[in-house]
Each structure stands twice: as C-alpha cells, then as structure tokens.
Design a protein around this ligand. Structure first.
Ligand code: UT7
Length: 329
C-alpha cells in the first residue's frame, strides 16, 4: 500500500487577553448562567488591538517549531491558511506566513468557514499523496473578534481568536489521514454571513456588516450534520466508533458536542472539549483542541481520531485519521 499523508507536527496559539462571562455581564444584558447552560463557554481569548490573523498564524507555527524543532518546516513546499478573517482580501495571509519563515513554498488562503482547517488537511493529503508537494503547512487562524458586533449578545459571547498549524507529509502505514467527508449546502448561506466586497446574497438578502448568525437554525443543522458526516467518515474508513480513541469536534457549543458524542455512543472521556476555555475559534478550534489533547497526554501513536466541523456556507467536514508516524517521534 502506498503511503498516506499524515500530521507529523502540530502547534497552536491563543492570545493572552481573556474575556470571561463576568466581563460580558458588565458589558451587556447577559449572564454567566445563560452562557454556560446554552453554550458551555466560560472564557475566550481575544487578539490584541494590533494582532491580526497573520500574527496568530505565525505564532501557531512558532509553537510548532518549539514543540518539534526547526527541522519540522524543512521541505515545506506549500502553505495553506484556512481563515474567514484574513488580514487582507489580498495578498493571501498564507503568503505573509511563507515570507515570515522564509519558506520556498507556494501559498494560498482557503475559505470554507469553520471546517476550513479540515478542508485544508484534505487538500494537503491530495497534494502529498499525488506527489505534487512534499510537505504542506496547513494552518487554521482566526481573528473573529475583529468582525463581531459588540452590541449583539446573541453572537458576541460565542467567539474567540486563535490559531493552529500542522505539517502534513507522507507517513508509513498504518498512520495517516484516512477518510474525508466534505460537504456544502449554499442554500443555507443566509444563516451565517458577513460582507466582504459583495452587497447581497443571490436571494437578495443583504450581507451583514458584522458577523450575523441565525443561532437556532445553525444549531439544528449542526446537530444533524455532525451525526451524518461522522457516520459517513467512519463507514468510509472501515472503522467502528468503538475503535475511535478520541473524538475531536468543532468547538462551538457544548450541547452540540454532547449530542454528537451520544449519537456516536462514545463515553465522555473520549471527547475533547475546549469550548469552555476558547469559545468558538472557527478554523482554529480543532487544531487548538488537538494541541490540548496532546499536552494532556490523551493522544498516543496508533490512536484513531475522528474530527468533525460545520459552519457558514453552510459547510461541513469530517475526517478519520490514525495519529503518529512522524520521523522525529
Ligand atoms: O461555528 C459556527 C457555528 N455556530 C454555532 O455553532 C452556533 C449554533 N447555535 C447555538 O449554539 C445556539 O443556537 C446559541 C447558543 C447561539 C443560542 O442558544 P439557543 O438555545 O438556540 O437560544 P435562542 O437563540 O433560541 O435564544 C433564546 C433566548 C432569546 O430570548 P427570547 O427570544 O427567548 O426572549 C435570546 O434573545 O436567549 C436570548 N439570548 C441571550 N440571553 C442572554 C441570546 N443570546 C443571549 C445572551 N445572554 N448572550
């Protein structure tokens, strides 16, 4: 069997400034009790005034180097930054990361909302396994708090900033990125949006100046798609949920995570939850959760992991992978 692509190095970063639920109580008509019972969120990390997505992305790669050494970046020939909040419409934030680390690599941004980092992993897998690239640096980075409406309690309490980065390259069997499920349903574009250079959706609905979300509708979609996408990814991988050592879902809402975990029949100790600490970091949420699980010693070589995400578009993505196989481990 030819080698699969797998994650051989990981890094993550969250800004040091934290807003607690008590801070929001002081800012608007909300309560710690409402936020915790509806979402599970206690804190979120907020980028500094002069800290943007490229800085967060670079800090996550610096963390990757700290964990794995400079050698982890040697031979990276493509940089992908999955983000909804690029520093600029152009140049790509990925080009800023490429330049910062002096990489001899192509660079582009990828926009698929919250599942963007999983989409980036799928692209990295295709590049590596086709022989087009040797190593891909796949980053999810988000400065979402820059685009929030700070008067809107229905969204302001939910999101935070952060970044995560992975090196993807060929790994020996049985390791690597296995099945992917990637989906989109643009008929739900009106549920979650923000304006760039356009004015309206195809339906004629105006695009929002700040992040707009129909929370209730996105919630229903999320519960449904987390279930169908994870089942399909498991089926395609040939694995049963019993064989999943750790479930690493998008960190948007604890109730959505719990519903997905229960449908999979997994015990609580086999799910990673970081939404309490970070809120929803969009593309950064899964790599940040993976870094936490690694730091807590919850991931070992040979473990099967199940990742899943959903977001604006509407989009979704799920992946089954077998952790390990890095040359430097
Ligand atoms: O990664 C992107 C994906 N996004 C998501 O995952 C979000 C998915 N949706 C959700 O997580 C939930 O729908 C929310 C957490 C956003 C909202 O929870 P909910 O249980 O669906 O509440 P709701 O929207 O049905 O609102 C219930 C009430 C409303 O008041 P009324 O109309 O019942 O009087 C809201 O005005 O809660 C009110 N409310 C708040 N109250 C206190 C909304 N936000 C707040 C708040 N504090 N921050």
């Amino acid at each position: 069997m030819s080698k699969l692509a797998g994650i051989t190095a990981l890094g993550a970063y969250a800004p040091s400034k934290v807003l607690t639920n008590a801070d929001f109580e002081a800012m608007m008509d909300t309560s710690d009790e409402w936020i915790i019972t509806r979402t599970g969120i206690k804190r979120r990390h907020i980028a500094a005034e002069d800290e943007f997505t490229s800085h967060l992305a670079i800090s996550s790669v610096a963390d990757l180097i700290r964990r794995h050494g400079e050698g982890a970046l040697a031979g990276v020939d493509m940089v992908i930054v999955a983000t909804n909040t690029p520093d600029a419409l152009f140049p790509a934030t990925a080009a800023l990361v490429q330049d910062h680390f002096g990489l001899k690599a192509g660079a582009f941004d990828l926009l698929a909302a919250c599942p963007g980092w999983l989409y980036a992993l799928s692209v990295a897998k295709a590049y590596v396994e086709s022989g087009m690239c040797r190593k891909v640096l796949a980053i999810g980075a988000e400065a979402l708090t820059k685009v929030m409406d700070w008067q809107d309690r229905a969204t302001a309490v939910l999101f935070g900033d952060g970044a995560g980065a992975a090196v993807v390259e060929a790994v020996p069997a049985p390791y690597g990125l296995k099945s992917f499920v990637l989906g989109a349903d643009g008929s739900g574009a009106n549920q979650l949006h923000i304006r760039a250079v356009g004015r309206c959706l195809p339906s004629g609905e105006p695009l929002a100046e700040h992040l707009y979300m129909n929370g209730r509708e996105v919630y229903k979609f999320a519960v449904r798609v987390m279930n169908t996408a994870t089942i399909e990814a498991l089926q395609r991988s040939g694995l049963h949920s019993d064989e999943i050592a750790l479930f690493v879902p998008h960190q948007a809402n604890l109730r959505i995570i719990e519903a997905a975990r229960e449908r999979l029949g997994l015990p609580p100790e086999r799910v990673v939850v970081t939404v309490d600490e970070y809120g929803n970091n969009s593309t950064a949420s899964i790599p940040l959760a993976l870094a936490h699980a690694l730091d807590a010693g919850r991931i070992s070589d040979g473990d099967n992991l199940l990742l899943v995400s959903f977001g604006a578009g509407l989009t979704w993505a799920a992946n089954v992978l077998t952790w390990g196989g890095a040359w430097h481990q």
